[in-house]
Design a protein around this ligand. Structure first.
Ligand code: PXP
Length: 251
């Protein structure tokens, strides 16, 4: 069976460029509209505690002005919970956040913080927000997500993207197994972080993954080819890998 693979475009780094000079250009909401035209199925934005890229006003405008579902990435803090409950995005992805990190460096330790995370998953879910937990490709973390009542997990692909050769193959194997485990225990499985034209195909070929969230590479590539072209090419690579894998399975 070939399942549609959704593409969530993360627009954080459009805001990073805007914030380098202050002002309003380039506007992440304009990027979100363009992403929709180019074939994105959703928009992802991470409101960090230090507001280094996306701002509170961006989140308000994204919820108000964009037709695509918004996946709101957030740390499990009372401040972010209150913002999520105010705007009620389609989905909230709980991520670990450290002030000193350049990006989200590892997955959430759902297994280690079950008691702390439980009220966040419960309150977001009660508000009708689809909760996902951003975790490493580890059965222990997936089981914890399930125990917490989160319907979705997003598997961190950063380590797979950073490696090459045999190390990359080992990381890919972990992701394949984790995605199968997620399905077996009834979790919807997403993946993301660090994906590029070179790394996306093997992840897109995993049938049990239904959504990829991709940002930094697309915004960087937009400098050379434009955002529309970068998103269309990513979409095409995802669709091709998916179709090929489905063909191989049915052959
Ligand atoms: N998914 C999650 C949960 C993330 O935190 C990020 C980075 O903000 C991404 C996906 C996208 O990663 P990248 O910008 O490297 O494509």
């Amino acid at each position: 069976m070939k399942r549609h693979l959704r593409l969530g475009v993360n627009i954080d780094h459009v805001a990073t460029i805007r914030n380098a000079r202050g002002g309003r250009h380039p506007d992440p909401v304009r990027a979100a509209r363009l992403a929709q035209q180019a074939g994105a199925d959703g928009i992802t934005a991470h409101l960090r505690e230090d507001r280094r890229h996306i701002s509170d006003a961006d989140i308000a405008r994204l919820v108000r002005d964009i037709e695509l579902p918004l996946n709101f990435e957030m740390a499990a803090t009372p401040e972010m919970l209150a913002i999520a409950l105010k705007h009620k995005p389609h989905a909230a992805c709980i991520v670990p956040e450290k002030r000193e990190e350049r990006t989200t460096e590892g997955g959430l330790d759902a297994a280690g913080f079950v008691d702390q995370l439980r009220p966040y998953v419960a309150k977001l879910s009660e508000a009708g927000i689809r909760v996902s937990l951003f975790v490493e490709a580890s059965p222990r973390q997936l089981d914890a997500a399930k125990a917490l009542g989160a319907p979705v997990v997003e598997i961190h692909t950063g380590s797979y993207c950073e490696h090459d050769g045999a190390d990359q193959a080992r990381e890919l194997d972990r992701i394949v197994k984790a995605a199968a485990h997620a399905e077996a225990i009834g979790l919807e499985c997403h993946a993301g972080h660090g994906l590029s034209f070179d790394t996306v195909a093997p992840i897109a070929a995993i049938d049990t993954i239904v959504e990829l969230n991709i940002g930094h590479f697309l915004v960087g590539e937009a400098i050379f080819s434009g955002l529309d072209s970068a998103i269309r090419r990513m979409r095409a690579l995802m669709d091709k890998a998916r179709a090929q894998a489905a063909g191989e399975r049915s052959a």
